[in-house]
Design a protein around this ligand. Structure first.
Ligand code: GLC
Length: 571
């Protein structure tokens, strides 16, 4: 009996081995800007396929591609005209299949961007909905509008689009308003229509059949709006007094247009679909990443409700949303804790420091702190998410108001567009010092290449023994060590403007030292972490540090230099 019991325990131990996605560093590719293979100034699928070995070499577990589907490109692919067709600028379905094949050959996972909230107004679904052709009539949210006291027609509610101005647009053909929570050309789908739910599940299955490993799900909190009342009307949202301009998105509090309870169930249904797919077809777990800028409480619900599972990786935007250049070690400590303490014990943490919607890491926190943040991203427990270019410390590129193409910038006034423009973080990837940074053989790229490309590019950094890229590679390798595979952060300490934490596993004892301040601090690491040895070895450190990798230093007098991050290990 006892023997059976012991065998049982061992088996449970074995079956609980980590799933492939649990500790990966996942990489976001912005396809328009990654690599152009045909010289038209726009990145494409063959370009991505060509660079897969690079991703493998720098230790990436899988990459998600911002949308590659047929699109008028009003929101650069987030306005989809056909979920099943590859946008010609990116290539063909054959190219995509070839990309998947190559990725599988080298053990790289590929995820697609699934954009469920809206289509393009150039989608056949929308065109048929305008004409009330069944079954499309109610695929979108339509309303007659209201007639005001002067007999004028007005939008049904005060709802404001994320890109400014009314979220309702009049359609002259159907003689009704439709809802668009983003650009006018991005009509919101109606998830209260079961046909839309089925339709979108079929889209997921379509791409799973082609061999993708999962999806990043876009703009999740926007999927549902409050249900219309019995007369088909919707309520106004309360006004935010701190944001007086009615055209600004912040003018209304999003209690009826975001974070509706039904959203979570939809994510659970998609999770079920992916789990079922694995059961039926075998292969590795297909995973879901969810993009939701929302409260931590809501964020947690995407993981599941205790009975049903949801997202595998609910993007953690705590650091991106609440920290900046001036944030202190105490601030980072607080936001790391708030996430780690709130997520359910059985889920995997994740850390996001950059994406195509935010200013670049090096510009947000200062170029000198590029390595410090990459060290933090890669040494915290769980998944790390890297936006293309952050591994070499690419910076934002200034783009004039006249040259801006991002709809979020173009809908804003010239005197304040820069704060919201997403173009600066979307410029072409810097591969080498040749024409257009080796991104394209064309004379022009769709967004300008950063001027510093001759001194900041992959080729140069891979040839140099000391570079952001070398630090990054060390880190992705380090993540494979047992100490970084656990869910726990051992002690974590704030010392002035330095954040220190310990990761331990299989006899290895690592300390991570992150000095957010400008001044050096001499710290007795041994006193702070009694379990380490008196002497420690430098595993990796920011490029400007006076320490070198492999150097053995005195842990009792460790100099944490300003804006430097370092990983050391007990020897
Ligand atoms: C997501 C995308 C963003 C896009 C928006 C509308 O937030 O990341 O780029 O504009 O959704 O699809």
């Amino acid at each position: 009996m006892k023997i059976f019991f012991l065998i049982g325990i061992t088996l449970i131990g074995l079956t609980q081995a980590k799933d492939w996605w649990e500790n990966g560093n996942f990489y976001q590719i912005y396809p328009r800007s990654f690599k152009d293979s045909n010289g038209d100034g726009v990145g494409d699928l063959n370009g991505i396929a060509e660079k897969l070995p690079y991703l493998k070499e720098i230790g990436i577990a899988g990459a998600w591609l911002s949308p590659i589907f047929k699109s008028p490109m009003v929101d650069f692919g987030y306005d989809i005209a056909d979920y099943r067709v590859i946008h010609p600028e990116f290539g063909t379905m054959e190219d995509f299949k070839n990309l998947i094949k190559k990725a599988k050959e080298i053990g790289m996972k590929i995820f697609l961007d699934f954009v469920p909230n809206h289509t393009s107004d150039e989608s056949e679904w929308f065109k048929k909905s305008v004409q009330r052709i069944e079954p499309y009539t109610d695929y979108y949210i339509w309303h007659d509008g209201i007639i005001d006291e002067n007999g004028e027609r007005k939008p049904p509610t005060n709802w404001v689009s994320a890109f400014r101005y009314s979220a309702w647009e009049w359609n002259e053909d159907r003689k009704q308003y439709y809802l668009h929570q983003f650009a006018i050309k991005q009509p919101d789908l109606n998830y209260r229509n079961p046909k839309v739910v089925t339709e979108m599940k079929n889209v997921i299955k379509f791409w799973l059949d082609i061999g993708v490993d999962g999806f990043r799900i876009d703009a999740v909190p926007y999927m549902f709006e409050i249900e219309a009342d019995k007369n088909g009307n919707y309520p106004d949202e309360p006004i935010n007094e701190n944001c007086p301009n009615p055209d600004d998105n912040c003018h209304t509090k999003k209690i009826y247009t975001q974070d509706q309870i039904e959203t979570y169930d939809m994510i659970y249904q998609w999770r079920e679909l992916c789990d079922e797919y694995k059961k039926e077809h075998g292969g590795d777990t297909r995973i879901l990443f969810t993009e939701a800028y929302t409260s931590l409480e809501n964020e947690i619900r995407y993981y599941g409700d205790g009975k049903r599972n949801g997202s595998h990786v609910a993007f953690n935007f705590e650091l991106i949303s609440y920290t900046n250049m001036g944030s202190t070690a105490a601030d980072f400590n607080k936001h790391i804790d708030s996430w780690l303490n709130k997520i359910p014990k059985d889920v995997i943490a994740n850390w996001v420091l950059g994406n195509h919607d935010n200013h670049r890491l090096a510009s947000r926190y200062g170029p000198a702190r590029t390595d410090l943040f990459n060290i933090m991203l890669n040494t915290l427990p769980g998944n790390a998410i890297t936006y293309n270019g952050e591994e070499i410390g690419m910076t934002d590129v200034w783009i004039s108001w006249e040259d801006s193409v991002d709809p979020q910038a173009c809908n804003t006034d010239p005197d304040r567009y820069y704060a919201v423009s997403r173009d600066p973080a979307r410029t072409p990837f810097q591969w080498d010092a040749s024409n257009l940074a080796g991104f394209s053989s064309s004379t022009n790229s769709w967004l300008p290449v950063a001027k510093n490309y001759t001194i900041n590019n992959v080729l140069m950094q891979s040839r140099s023994p000391v570079s952001h890229l070398q630090v990054f590679k060390k880190l992705t390798k380090l993540r494979q060590e047992p100490a970084f595979q656990t869910k726990t952060l051992n002690e974590k300490i704030v010392h002035n403007n330095v954040l220190l934490y310990r990761r331990e596993g299989k006899g290895d004892n690592y300390i991570i030292v992150l000095n957010f301040g400008k001044n050096s601090e001499t710290i007795n690491l041994k006193e702070k972490f009694p379990s380490i040895t008196n002497k420690v070895e430098i595993i990796t450190t920011s490029i400007q540090s006076k320490y070198t990798d492999g150097e053995i230093v005195d842990a009792t007098k460790f100099v944490a230099e300003g804006e430097v991050g370092t990983v050391v290990v007990s020897v």
